[in-house]
Design a protein around this ligand. Structure first.
Ligand SMILES: Nc1ncnc2c1ncn2[C@@H]1O[C@H](COP(=O)(O)OP(=O)(O)OP(=O)(O)O)[C@@H](O)[C@H]1O
Ligand SMILES: [Mg+2]
Length: 343
């Protein structure tokens, strides 16, 4: 355990492609909002962050830019990540990041060394000497209650906004991991393409995401409303033929078809990760099964879908959107990188 000076705080950050979450020791998860930032292009001043910035997507004039600083699990704009963190930390710590003793930022497994170095530098620029980074998949596993600290294989799949991460963990760390960019945003893009081709309608990314969240399913009966009618969702956009605004009613079966196509790659990557897993750990999967977390874990029928693929138990996290940040809570207490035994 760390010898913390009195009044100093440990802070954990899940820097997600879709959502930014911040945990502050003693205060809990104090920030959980979309990873968007709106900036005044003339003055470079931050206009808003999180929900307020997300509301502006596609609706601003040319003097304001709305930026998502991570895409496909890759940091596309480190400067803007710094601005988002500065803006939120200023609000959370009343202009004093000097209250932060230890800062843990969770990042995707396949991030480059340059990106790692940039994140660490960022922590130092924020004034936190003890800045650490750790892998999202590890934090996610701990956050959803998996005991990764024993010599037994644990398999976790995190279907986020930018990436789907597969991780095999044992003895407190990641043994093997794989990341693909087939995840929430990709599903939204494929829905957009489908609507364009099938209904000659151009829709925005936010609309595609809403349709996905409302209708998403992979197996089993199609989702229904309280009257037993198969769910539908009205999407508005621009008619590709006439150029005028148009509304189309999307059916749950249409979204299932798009998602099933997307999940072919998720399935293939899961199988290739299982094939690459050392045999002793692979055997543990029979007892422990696979845990699914991240926003994609909420797709209806996902448990049965992967049970059919793998023939092992599939556990769906009950808190898929907060597992990574919940995991930071424990990771922040660890002084050494590898930890064995109980906390
Ligand atoms: N009920 C739902 N059904 C399907 N998808 C959902 C649902 N709820 C949220 N999502 C999707 O989950 C994704 C966000 O998940 P999450 O917050 O785990 O991502 P993230 O951590 O920000 O991204 P990453 O880990 O890839 O950097 C979004 O694409 C969102 O549309
Ligand atoms: Mg995530």
């Amino acid at each position: 355990m760390s010898d913390k000076p009195k009044g100093k705080l440990n802070v954990g950050v899940d820097l997600g492609t879709s959502n930014l979450l911040i945990y502050v020791e003693g205060r809990g998860t104090v920030f959980n909002e979309p990873s968007y930032i709106a900036v005044d292009k003339m003055t470079q001043k931050v206009v808003s962050v999180g929900y307020e910035a997300a509301e502006l997507v596609g609706k601003v004039h040319d003097k304001i830019e709305v930026i998502k600083p991570l895409s496909n699990g890759v940091i596309s704009d480190i400067g803007m990540i710094k601005e988002i963190l500065l803006f939120t930390f200023d609000k959370l710590f009343v202009n004093s990041t000097s209250q932060i003793d230890r800062l843990l930022i969770c990042i995707p497994s396949e991030i480059s060394e340059t990106e790692r170095a940039a994140i660490l530098r960022l922590g130092h620029e924020l004034g936190v000497e003890d800045t650490r980074i750790d892998e999202e998949i590890k934090a996610a596993a701990i956050g959803c209650g998996v005991d990764i600290f024993h010599p037994a294989g644990r398999f976790v799949m995190d279907i986020g906004g930018g990436t789907t991460d597969f991780g095999v963990l044992s003895l407190g760390d990641v043994v093997l991991s794989k990341t693909i960019t087939v995840a929430g945003s990709y599903f939204d893009k494929q829905i957009t393409e489908y609507v364009k081709e099938t209904h000659q309608l151009e829709i925005g990314p936010q609309t595609a995401e809403k349709a996905k969240v409302h209708l998403a399913s992979l197996t089993g009966d199609l989702p229904t409303d309280e009257n037993g009618n198969v769910l539908t969702f009205e999407v508005m956009g621009r008619d590709l033929v006439g150029g005028l605004p148009k509304m189309v009613v999307l059916k749950a079966e249409e979204i299932r078809k798009v998602l099933l196509d997307c999940f072919e790659s998720v399935k293939a990557s899961l199988i290739s990760t299982l094939e690459a897993t050392p045999p002793e750990l692979s055997g543990d999967l029979i007892d422990n099964g696979i845990i699914i977390t991240g926003g994609g874990a909420m797709i209806r029928g996902i448990q049965q879908y992967f049970a059919d693929v793998t023939h092992v138990d599939i556990h769906i996290s009950e808190t898929p959107l907060t597992d990574v940040v919940d995991g930071t809570k424990k990771l922040l207490k660890i002084d050494q990188k590898h930890y064995f035994g109980e906390f």
